[in-house]
Design a protein around this ligand. Structure first.
Ligand SMILES: NC(=O)c1ccc[n+]([C@@H]2O[C@H](COP(=O)([O-])OP(=O)(O)OC[C@H]3O[C@@H](n4cnc5c(N)ncnc54)[C@H](OP(=O)(O)O)[C@@H]3O)[C@@H](O)[C@H]2O)c1
Length: 177
């Protein structure tokens, strides 16, 4: 008799973020970024075509509700004790619900920010790849991409791509676990 080892399905998590040259993702938590390039928006949309679901923090969801609510989306929030679904959007508290198990049915999941959501997903080990767009602008203030992670995030650069003549670049990293 042959014994077949069940193939372990593993969800691939990719984070997508746009930062200024000084590493900021936003000036104001309540607004959608208006300083990112059209080319980055197109790149972002293209990457989202290849995912089954997105994960966003509640503030990002509020800022981009018109886009996120059209997708299969998981919104991180401390305001629920168990996952609550409205249409295609599920609100989930990652301190209570096992996100890896909840998202395990998907092949590819995109983490779309903001900073609290990135930190949460990195801390939980739910980030395998990072696409970091760097726009040629510096704010000198504003929300940083990552703050207060439990551990340093170690990355391996896989590729770089220039998106436009202004010098917007995308760095593609593998997250080393
Ligand atoms: N440049 C970019 O690529 C990019 C990408 C995305 C967003 N943004 C911008 O970033 C800003 C929002 O970022 P943000 O860091 O302020 O907020 P965020 O990460 O979008 O959302 C923060 C909220 O998410 C919930 N949350 C996150 N982690 C949690 C955890 N571990 N446990 C429980 N709840 C958790 C909490 O919601 P509750 O308060 O409901 O508990 C928290 O207040 C917006 O301006 C947005 O446009 C920029």
């Amino acid at each position: 008799m042959h014994l077949f080892k069940k193939q372990q399905h593993k969800t691939h998590f990719l984070a997508l973020a746009a930062v200024t040259a000084d590493g900021r993702i936003t000036l104001d938590s309540s607004a959608m970024p208006e300083w990112t390039s059209i080319e980055d928006w197109e790149f972002f949309q293209e990457k989202l075509l290849g995912v089954d679901a997105v994960v966003a923090g509640r503030s990002t969801y509020e800022a981009a509700r018109m886009y996120i609510s059209k997708r299969v989306a998981y919104v991180l929030t401390s305001t629920v004790t168990e996952p609550r679904t409205e249409g295609t959007v599920t609100f989930v508290n990652p301190d209570i619900t096992d996100l890896r198990a909840l998202l395990g049915k998907y092949s590819r999941v995109a983490v779309v920010g903001g900073a609290d959501a990135y930190r949460t997903m990195f801390d939980l080990g739910l980030c395998d790849e990072l696409y970091l767009t760097i726009e040629p602008v510096a704010f000198g203030r504003g929300r940083e991409l990552l703050t207060e992670t439990k551990n340093p995030v170690r990355l391996k650069l896989l590729s770089t791509k220039t998106l436009n003549r202004a010098g917007t670049i995308v760095l593609r990293y593998e997250v080393l676990h």
